[in-house]
Write a protein that binds this ligand. Sequence first.
Ligand SMILES: Cc1ncc(COP(=O)(O)O)c(C=O)c1O
Length: 460
Amino acid sequence: MPVRQDYEDFYTRRMFYRIHDCWNRPIGSAPDAYVDVLERTPVCGQKPLELTGNKIRALNLGSYNYLGFAAHDPYCTPRAIETLRRDGWSSCSPRAEAGTTPLNLELEEELAAFLGKPAALCFGMGFATNSAVLPALAGPGCLIVSDALNHASIVSGVRGSGAKVAVFAHNDVDSLESVVRSSIARGQPRTRRPWKKVLVVVEGIYSMEGELAPLPEIVDVCKRYKAYLYLDEAHSIGALGKTGRGVCEALGVDPADVDVMMGTFTKSFGGAGGYIAGSKELIDALKRTAPGHLAATSMSPPVAQQVLSSLRVLTGADGSNRGAEKLRRLRENANYLRKRLLDLGVNVLGDWDSPVMPIMLFQPGKIAALSRECLKRGLAMVVVGFPATPLLTARARVCVSAAHSKEDLDYAIDVLDEVSGLCLLRYGERKKGAASGGVGSSSSSDEGAAPSSAAAGLVG
Ligand SMILES: Cc1ncc(COP(=O)(O)O)c(C=O)c1O
């Protein structure tokens, strides 16, 4: 049997290798509002792309640096450096052995308080938080009800758990209820015994869709059917809600109604790792049973310090109002950019306040066109295609940050206005004067608005 499926092999040879310069682009600076993209040799089939030695300074709409903590921060960076000098890069040991430092404990305590949960447990990697904790929570005889668009780390955890999985249509509460109801009515396969446990798993913001989960309605279904709720807040913690407490705060859900809160530190906190927050019993049980805690090296001390410090900025415990200011700016930037993108007539997915804004390309050929044309104009964006999405729903994903200024966003709009004309991406109507600055962009026609001054400057 071939290792790769025929179709994937065909796609890899005929498509991927013609546009593979659009992925895995190496970067040579912190993922701040601007980033250095390292130039590589032009596409040359299956040959590896080689670095030319040139750097392209580009406006960064690709990184998950929601609150701008990924670059130098006057509060976090000196503390992380001091911790590095004192504790080194790694504890070289799992938490359960010699890997627990006072920093880990402080972080867990302050994080639990921030999330409104009695206890929390941190892990060295966000992906592994899902993939290693889900198998510790559910196993054979249990049912996991999973949103169809849940992240790969959740899928991996669900598969590894040995529990039965039932998938419901993405963000569709009626589908969730019908799957939960029918699964409970049928019981376990063959024996028809009741499930030992039913666990519903959803995300706060879906990163390929930019959509928030309808959490109040999901909580309602879980309560009515006595199912546990597991919420992955990788993209929503620190990014949503008036004080950054995530989708619960944004949608008015009591954190007590979410049994297992999961999140990662790679987005809003500019660090690495993940957490689980919940009841004391839950966290104590994970400390005894979760392999990701017992057998994986604990968070790197400077990274734990970075996360703790950024959390303190977020809550104002650093003595400044920078956290509140960052949150305000992120929300304003997200809604400003979304509105401006909608005005361009491109097909933007997602909800207001979401810092993730996928722009639909549909046709896979447009992946390379958009990515290359944007980079030529000094705009770095992530493009997503098969197999991460179905073949005909390729998209570009815009991530906005509190680190972006209004001028940065206006510039991005100017570039996208021009490139969306070139790549025929206006599936809707372009509003009059949709591009900022209005230079050469007052046309209301669907195609080919003239380049704006900012974009033209970079092209030249
Ligand atoms: C919903 C979700 N969960 C988990 C992860 C994994 O987190 P990390 O990248 O921090 O390992 C991601 C990564 O983007 C994610 O989007």
